[in-house]
Ligand binder design. Structure first.
Ligand code: 6PG
Length: 247
């Protein structure tokens, strides 16, 4: 049984732009709190398309000066097994939308290597996480941003995939049959140990899986986003009306 964390906070906004703006604002506030409290902010970025607008807003004039980027450490929730300049790369998307526009030190950007052996690269990324978080059973990210697929996957935790059952590794190489591809992903326990988890979900295509994840009986093999129940943190969903249309 996955941890029985706090019930998810669901925020339904009218448009994808409002969802992205709310997500950027939450990022700013959490970063400010963490940096004021301990001098740093660790965040794992989501991949895919939805969060791109959040990243663009964070790099925009409207949010200029809002984040103390030299104190931010940026990680990735998952990555495709492609070169970092490949159009499918989550790093490339984040770099184009955000990283190349803000003063985050290169050493603070912890990229997942997508070229070569997925299992070896997962192990390398786990080493990098342990290098940052130190000698602890589980890392505690200040924020983990997540999207959700129309099949209910999140990060690269896909339905009926092996990584769903991973309870000791921080990072897993996950063979995704439906994509005929390997992915590298944070594991559910790592995500569930975060202080704050923020799902950003928009569009009619997500309405069936969103209803399933939030309203159907617990069945994470079918709906992996149901695995996400923080042990001692908060999980929020920022969704638009189209995605929430079946709730
Ligand atoms: C990825 C993401 C994945 C994504 C969902 C939703 O690497 O693709 O980590 O979990 O969040 O697939 O993707 P969209 O935002 O493109 O719908």
């Amino acid at each position: 049984m996955s941890p029985a964390g706090s019930p998810p906070d669901l925020h339904v906004l009218d448009t994808p732009e409002q969802v992205a703006h709310a997500g950027a604002t939450r990022f700013v506030n959490l970063a400010r709190e963490a940096i004021e409290a301990k001098g740093n902010f660790s965040v794992a970025l989501a991949g895919g398309n939805t969060p791109k607008r959040v990243y663009e807003l964070l790099a925009s004039e409207e949010f200029e000066g809002a984040v103390a980027w030299p104190h931010v450490h940026l990680f990735f929730g998952d990555e495709r097994c492609v070169p970092h300049d490949d159009p499918a790369s989550n790093y490339r998307m984040a770099n184009e939308a955000l990283l190349s526009h803000v003063a985050v030190p290169a050493a603070n950007v912890h990229r997942i290597e997508g070229r070569g052996d997925a299992k070896a690269n997962a192990s390398l990324y786990e080493d990098a996480l342990r290098g940052y978080f130190g000698d602890t059973e589980w890392p505690r990210f200040d924020l983990i941003l997540l999207g959700m697929g129309d099949d209910g996957h999140t990060a690269s935790l896909f339905p009926n995939s092996d990584a769903l059952d991973e309870q000791s590794k921080w990072v897993a190489a996950n063979r995704v049959a439906k994509l005929d591809a390997w992915r590298i992903t944070l594991t559910a326990p790592v995500i569930n140990h975060a202080a704050h988890i923020l799902f950003i979900v928009t569009g009619e295509s997500k309405s069936v899986s969103l209803k399933g994840v939030l309203r159907d009986p617990h069945d994470p093999a079918r709906l992996p986003a149901q695995l996400i129940r923080p042990f001692a943190g908060l999980v929020e969903w920022f969704v638009d009306r189209a995605a929430a249309s079946r709730l």
